[in-house]
Write a protein that binds this ligand. Structure first.
Ligand code: FMN
Ligand code: SF4
Length: 619
């Protein structure tokens, strides 16, 4: 069977291609067109887009098979995806999947799939039905859902944001719960776009804007915490076009803040883009949004279209000679595309393979041109800094970690959600006061403070501070942990993306680690041997331990393999798997030993033997 696009789709494809300097960069968007037109990306469809974009079918196949989010068959009308990553697993997604498997068996209208993090961790356990999220899913909800799909009368519920973002004075999240906060009218009514307009119309030297951001001390909110103004200053000075790339991949499990900013306040982000593009002298911006955010991509595209209509984007920005084009580019479902060089590979229409640094993107990035990659929250902070000034920004937070920060809190807390607070608030305040403490009157066991890649804290460290040893006197003291880059690093972990995963006393830490490591084994791009082999190896060791087949000496082996994965690979995904593994073993060793001794999981929900996880190393 051959596939052909109709005339209108061909025009649409050409319009998409025109937004990139190379046609093959439109490969992922072209696959989305295939999905829309034919319900899937099958082999004839893939051959069609390969021909239309001038790449070989082998290249298109290599790209397609890197990503997990494309539908490869149109047999079933409904794709039901169950998140299986730690935040959802802590809330019972495993048994929900088993339940769904039972009730959908033999149902031709439904394809059921277990997937990795959907970035909806505060509403765990969560499902996706085609593009729609189902929050806080229960077996009863699943029964109803499946019955409705069978009867052909399922309608999407739409997502309701009901969790108060915080009790401190919010900045970026101030308006997200107001009705219509995502619309242009709402944004304009609260003075939106005024700051960008003033900057662009003033004809101010862009370097002054860079200097303001530099002086504010803003640090990237995507994970590494690199100073934004400093990064902008690293841009290579040559005659190549400069690119601004907004990282909206939000792939770090436990993090769901960018989703809220996109869904509920997209114009705040677009105003930040105008300011950043002006500052770095870029005329082209790509927003790389993760494949799972189909609705977010739609909301963002609508907001971008409105901004073009108003003349805030395009050829004559605010009626001046400034030009800024913004393209929303949807990914295909791969954690590694959150890593900036993997993201850029993906944006070029390739497999999302990270590249060795240097050269850093600021010197040689997208299409080999100087490129700034910044996180959604980083960019959305800019209008506030430029409007209110450096002093205002620095009044919040600490000297080295200034400003407000959104922390996504999930797991076993009363009130999971996004909390925007000044950097440097005590971790106890975030967990016990804002998020309401551990639910069900249970005790705290552990906290992952900065997304799944961050080393874990034991409850004692959270409650009483970490143990600091004085280098000279060797005297030990307790230092309270606060939510800023320095304090968390001092305590041996990292602030990362600000995804805080809370585990109660009933959590089996071996099971939690097994789940964590399965994620990394699944998401490794496979280029580096220590990562490709190491992630799978330590996942298998943790899994065997949890299933009752582990030996005492394998605890040290797990730690040794993890230690050997660090610092030896193209990107830090290997470290992101190894560091949590080492911290789990170090801080909860007794639990690993108990598993090895008892030859089973000693927790009451103990596991029956399970087969090896499917999909390990699928990239
Ligand atoms: C494995 C991995 C995954 C990452 N995922 C994300 C992500 O989902 N979103 C993000 O903004 N940054 C992510 N990062 C960090 C980016 O590489 C990059 O540092 C960031 O987008 C820069 O923006 P910032 O300076 O504004 O933080 C990831 C890094 C690694 C190593
Ligand atoms: S460390 Fe892992 S994810 Fe990163 S490039 Fe190497 S194999 Fe790929």
């Amino acid at each position: 069977m051959n596939r052909e696009f109709g005339a209108e789709t061909l025009v649409e494809l050409e319009r998409i291609c025109a937004r990139y300097p190379r046609r093959e960069a439109a490969l992922l968007p072209a696959m989305r067109l295939l999905e829309r037109e034919f319900g899937c990306v099958d082999e004839p469809g893939m051959i069609l887009v390969a021909k239309l974009l001038g790449v070989s079918p082998a290249h298109a196949y290599g790209v397609l098979t890197f990503y997990t989010h494309f539908r490869r068959s149109s047999d079933a009308k409904v794709l039901l995806q169950v998140c299986s990553t730690l935040p959802c697993a802590l809330k019972g997604s495993e048994s929900l999947y088993d339940h769904l498997k039972k009730i959908t068996a033999g149902e031709p209208a439904i394809t059921l799939k277990k997937v990795e993090c959907l970035a909806n961790c505060d509403r765990a356990p969560c499902l996706q039905v085609n593009e729609e999220y189902i929050d806080n899913a229960t077996p009863e909800m699943c029964d109803q859902l499946v019955a409705q799909i069978r009867a052909g009368r399922w309608t999407p519920p739409g997502q309701i944001y009901s969790v108060p973002p915080n009790t401190h004075q919010p900045v970026l999240l101030r308006h997200v719960l107001e009705a219509g906060s995502e619309t242009m009218e709402h944004y304009l009514a609260r003075g939106g776009y005024k700051t960008a307009e003033e900057i662009v119309k003033s004809g101010r030297n862009p370097d002054e804007v860079v200097e303001t951001v530099f002086k504010s001390g803003l640090r990237g909110r995507g994970g590494a915490g690199f100073p934004t103004g400093q990064k902008w200053k690293f841009l290579a000075k040559n005659d190549k076009p400069r690119y601004l790339v907004v990282n909206a991949d939000e792939s770090e499990p436990g993090t769901f803040k960018d989703k809220l900013l996109i869904d509920r306040d997209p114009h705040q982000l677009i105003e930040g883009i105008i300011i950043a593009a002006y500052a770095i002298r870029s005329k082209t911006c790509y927003i790389y949004i993760r494949g799972e955010f189909g609705i977010g991509a739609w909301i963002l595209q609508k907001a971008v279209d409105e901004a073009y209509e108003k003349g805030f984007l395009g050829r004559k920005v605010f009626g001046t000679a400034s030009e800024i084009d913004v393209t929303v580019h949807r990914g295909g479902g791969a954690y590694i595309c959150g890593e900036e060089t993997g993201l850029l590979s993906s944006l070029e229409g390739k497999r999302g393979n990270p590249k060795i640094k240097p050269p850093f993107p600021a010197v040689e990035g997208l299409f080999r041109s100087p490129t700034i990659v910044n996180n959604v929250e980083t960019i959305a902070t800019l209008p506030h800094i430029l409007k209110n000034g450096v002093e205002w920004f620095r009044k919040m937070g600490t000297e080295k970690s200034p400003g407000p920060k959104i922390f996504s809190v999930c797991g076993h807390v009363h009130r999971p959600g996004n909390y925007e607070v000044p950097l440097g608030i005590p971790i106890k305040e975030l967990i016990y006061d804002l998020a309401g403490g551990v639910r069900g009157g249970k005790k705290l066991k552990a906290v992952i403070p900065g997304g799944l890649s961050a080393p874990v804290f034991a409850a004692d460290e959270v409650d009483n501070g970490y143990v600091k040893v004085d280098a000279a006197t060797k005297a030990e003291s307790r230092v309270p942990i606060t939510m800023d880059f320095e304090s968390i690093a001092g305590a041996g972990s990292m602030l990362g993306s600000g995804g805080v995963i809370v585990m109660d006393e009933e959590t089996c830490m071996v099971d939690a680690l097994w789940n964590t490591l399965r994620f990394y084994a699944h998401e490794s791009c496979g280029q580096c041997t220590p990562c490709r082999e190491g992630t799978g190896w330590i996942a298998k060791l943790a899994g065997r331990m949890e299933r009752g087949g582990g030996r005492d000496d394998e605890i040290a082996l797990l730690d040794e393999v993890a230690a050997n994965m660090c610092g030896r690979t193209i990107c830090v995904l290997a470290d992101a798997a190894a560091m949590p593994a080492r911290s789990f073993v170090k801080k909860f060793r007794a639990e690993f030993e108990a598993h090895a001794r008892a030859k089973k999981c000693p927790y009451k929900h103990g596991h029956a033997p399970k087969p090896e996880p499917a999909g390990v190393g699928s990239h």
